[in-house]
Structure formats: C-alpha cells, structure tokens
Design a protein. Structure first.
Lengths: 77, 473
C-alpha cells in the first residue's frame, strides 16, 4: 500500500488506541473521585476540582494523537 | 441666513467633489475625475453668480450699484455658458453632468435629512436603545439579503443565502435574541461595513469538509473580498495574531472599566471582576502557598482570563479563537516555560537550579543516578510547553472542527435537489455550544493550574511544608 493509504488507515487507528488508554484512565479517576465523595460528602468541592484537573491531563493524551492526525491530515490525498 | 446656507452647501460640494475625484480617478480614468471636478466647479461658480444676481436685483437698498452688479453677473453667466460648452467637448460629459449635479444633490440631501431628523418617527425610534438596535440590525440584515453576491457567491450557488440565515438563526437560537442580534450588529457595524457578510459566511460554511476549513470570520471575509491583493495575503497569514491582540485589547478595556472609580461595596462589573480575581487568588494560593501566591498571581490570573477570553471568542459570530491555532498556544506554552525556568534560576540560583536538574544528589546513590536524572529532567521540562500547547490547541481546534462538521451536516440536510435558494440549513452545531463553553473554561483552567504547578515544582522544596500549613486551615 502507498503511504497515503497507510496514513489514512493508521491515523484514526492511533486515535482509537489512544482513546482506550484515556478511557481507562478517566474511569479510574472517576472511580477514585466517587469513592472519595461517598466517604466524605463535605469534601465534594475539593475532590471535584482535583478530579477535573487530572481528567484534563488524562484526556490530553488522546488530544496529542488528534494533533498528530491534524498535522498529517493534508498528506492524505 | 442664505449666505451661510450657500456657504455650507459650497463647502460640502467641494468636499464631495474632492472625494469623488479621488474615487473616480482610482476606479475610472483621471480624465473622468477632472470632469467631475470641473463640473462641480462650474456649478459652484454658476451658483455664486446667481446669488450675486438675485441679491442685486432683490435687495431694496443700494439699488444704485444693483444694476451694474446684475449686469456683471449676467455677463459672467454667459461666459460660463460658453465655457461649459467648451468643457462638454473636451471632458467626458457624464462626469461633467455628475459634477454639475453635486450641489443640488447636497441641497436635496440636506432638506431630506432635516425633514427626517425632526420627524416624530425618528425621535420615537431613537428614544429607546433597544428599538434603535433592532433598527440597525434590520438594516444590516436587509443589506445582507440585498447586496449582490460578488466573487463569493459563485463558490456554491445555493448555499450562499441559506447558511447566512442559518448562522444568524444559530446565533439567535441560543441566548437572548436581542443580545446576540445587537452584538452581531455592533460587531459587524463597528469593525467593517456590511458588504456581503452573510454571503461569505454561507459560502465558506457550505464548503466545509472538515479538513482545514473553519467558520468564516471577519478577517477571512475581508481577505476573500480582496482576493489576490498582497495585503490581503498578509492579513490572512497574521489573522490569529490580530485576533489575539484584539482579545487582549478587549480584556484590557473591560478590566479598565471594571476598576474605574472603585467603590468599597462593589456592584456590577467591579463585583464580577472582584469575584473572579478572588476565586483565582484563593485557588492559586492553595497551591503555591501565601508567600509565593502574591508574587506569581498576576501572571497566572492573567493567563486564565486571557486564555478563557480567547477560547470563548471562537463562539462569537464573525470571530475566531486565536487558540485554535497551534502558533498561539505554543507562544503561550513557551512563555510559561521560559518564565518557569527564569523563576527556577532566580529563586534557586544557578547552582541550585543545576542541583535541581540533577535530582538533588545528596548521597552516593544520588550522585550515581545524577547523570541519568539530568536528561530525564531536561526532557520533562521540554515536554511541558509542548504538552500545554498541544492540549489547549487540540481541545479548542477539535471543538471548532466538531461545530463546523455539524454545521455542514445541517446545511446539507436541507440542500436537496430543487431546494430554494433561501432555505437555510438546520443549525445542528448549536447543540455543541454548551460543550464549547465547558471546554473553553476547562482548558483555560487546566492551563493555569499546570502553570502554577510547574512554578511550584521549581521553587525551593522546603516550601512544600508551608503549603501543607496553608491547607491545614
């Protein structure tokens, strides 16, 4: 296959695989946050803020794959 | 006062003739411009002579000098007639006639405007700002529909009008109608004339394939209208910089207005600004500790407000978020990186900074591991601006692409064969406006928090103890 076909196949696949890791990570973050809130409901505010920060960090990994797709997008066809 | 009135008409005619001559010389020929000026001058001289004649004949007093003066005026007008005939042979007649009619146009316009401005309808319109805003919006919308599509409409025929109303409807469908209409009117009116804003809006929105297309913004429209001009090309290349500066100016102006005449018990804009600053300061203080928060808060707070404003600008009509461009986000990331290194060197000293990079070797194990830790730390430091910029860029650009894709989908939904030209698409991308708001806030917040944490990691490590003290209460 030529490189365009390889790119067109590989780039979305890359995002999909990156999303697996991000999904698992975000799920773990959410689980920890929910347990913390369940144990101590009055700390909900602090737990939520930290959860959101860490969630953005975990989500960024998929965004890196997305940025890679955007950079190579013009080379497909 | 007739003299006063005619003098004003004369000045207005001279101004109009000058401007008209420049425009005619640019877009037609210089000879036509000369004809315009000559026609206007001829008409003015004629009017002056006529004034002398009328004053001489109708003033009751000083009738002794009246008749000679009237005679001179009539002779002058005859000579002027001959001169006019000569001019008609040597200059383009259309320009001459146009120049000749300039004073009369001025007189007519003065009369019409006077009648309009003192009418009851105008006064009723101007009394309430909402009515005036609606009137301006109606004028702009009318121009939107009526201005013939030039080079923009031929990109795709049917989509020109539909997406114009589609985007207008999209902006009108979420949020107060008057607010967005007036904002759209204000933005379009304040920065640019309303020459075909909707056509290019529709044209470019219709041709989105999700590749590199975005919603058209003000600068893209100006560039498309002047396709091929070198300054338009430059404008297109520096578009994110212009928007970044514009957002900065807007934020500065709002801050300036909010901090003018500060009251002890704040209200309105000052109250909102104080709430924001206090919340940010508390948050940064929780991370950095009270001693360093005061020092680094100006940068961190400004980062949050600026990035938040830039992200939100993408949702506004005719605007584009500068952070949807990797160059802008990388500039922000680079700024944070350089500043963090500067903070490290400044507060730790060069030796302490190198010690920090080597992982604070204190024992034999530490010294053995130091050459391993140095590249790890350096790579970690270099990864920080890249991750910051890519995260912000990816989120904001991805959100933009999402909305563009759904807007194209909505336009495509109503573009069946035989669809009338004026049928706008369904504004499907309006569903993602709340998501865009969430992402904008969140990404600005995360950028600020990460910058704070990077600064914290660079500061002398014994301050971690201080931070726990701050957490304790």
């Amino acid at each position: 296959m030529n490189f365009q076909a390889a790119l067109a196949l590989g780039l979305p696949l890359g995002i999909g695989i990156a999303a697996i890791g991000s999904g698992i990570g975000l799920g773990l973050i959410g689980q920890g946050a929910m347990q913390g809130i369940a144990r101590q409901p009055e700390a909900t505010g602090k737990i939520q803020i930290n959860m959101i920060i860490i969630a953005a960090l975990a989500e960024a990994l998929t965004i890196y794959a997305f940025v890679a797709l955007l950079m190579l997008n013009s080379k497909i066809g | 006062m007739p003299h006063d009135y005619l003098a004003r008409v004369r000045n207005a005619t001279i101004g109009l003739a000058a401007v008209g001559a420049i425009v005619t010389a640019t877009y037609a020929s210089p000879l036509a411009a000369l004809g315009l000026v000559a026609g206007a001058a001829w008409s003015l001289v004629n009017l002056a002579l006529l004034e002398v004649l009328v004053v001489a004949l109708l003033t009751p007093a000083a009738s002794a000098r009246a008749l000679p003066r009237a005679g001179w005026a009539i002779a002058g007008m005859t000579a002027l007639l001959a001169g006019g005939a000569w001019l008609l042979f040597h200059l383009p007649p259309l320009a001459l006639v146009a120049g000749f009619s300039l004073p009369f146009a001025v007189i007519t316009l003065r009369a019409v405007s006077r009648a309009l401005l003192e009418s009851a309808a105008w006064r009723a319109l101007v009394r309430s700002p909402w009515r005036a805003t609606l009137a301006v919006a109606a004028v702009i919308l009318a121009a939107w529909w009526l201005v013939p599509s030039g080079s923009l409409g031929q990109r795709e025929g049917g989509e020109a009008h539909p997406a114009a109303a589609d985007s207008a409807r999209a902006t009108l469908s979420d949020g107060a109608p008057a607010d967005s209409a007036s904002h759209e009117a204000a933005v379009a009116g304040e920065t640019h004339g309303d020459a075909a804003p909707g056509k290019s809006h529709g044209a470019a929105a219709g041709e989105e394939e999700g590749g590199a297309g975005k919603f058209p913004n003000l600068i893209t429209m100006i560039v498309a209208a002047n396709h091929g001009a070198p300054w338009a090309h430059t404008l297109h290349r520096i578009e994110p910089i212009l928007f970044a500066f514009f957002v900065g100016i807007v934020v500065c102006v709002i801050g300036f207005i909010a901090s003018r005449n500060p009251k002890m018990i704040p209200s309105g804009l000052q109250n909102g600004a104080e709430m924001l600053v206090e919340a940010l300061y508390d948050f940064v203080g929780n991370i950095l500790g009270p001693r360093y928060a005061r020092k680094y808060f100006p940068l961190l707070g400004s980062l949050f407000v600026y990035i938040f404003a830039m992200n939100l600008f993408g949702i506004l009509p005719l605007m584009d978020s500068p952070t949807s461009n990797l160059n802008v986000t990388f500039a922000l990331g680079l700024t944070v990186f350089v500043y963090v290194q500067y903070v490290g060197i400044r507060s730790l000293g060069i030796v302490g900074f190198l010690d920090h990079l080597l992982g604070n070797p204190r024992s034999v194990t530490g010294w053995v591991l130091a050459p391993l830790l140095l590249p790890i730390h350096i790579l970690g430091e270099l990864a920080k601006p890249i991750s910051l910029s890519c995260r912000l860029f990816g989120n904001i650009f991805g959100e933009d692409m999402l909305m563009v894709g759904f807007a194209a989908l909505g336009v495509g939904m109503l573009s069946f064969k035989g669809a009338p030209d004026w049928l706008p698409g369904i504004p499907l991308h309006a569903i993602f406006f709340p998501l865009a708001l969430l992402t904008s806030t969140l990404q600005a917040f995360v950028f600020t928090v990460l910058a704070t944490i990077y600064i914290l990691l660079m500061l002398p490590h014994e301050d971690h103890g201080h931070e726990e003290e701050a957490h304790a209460h």
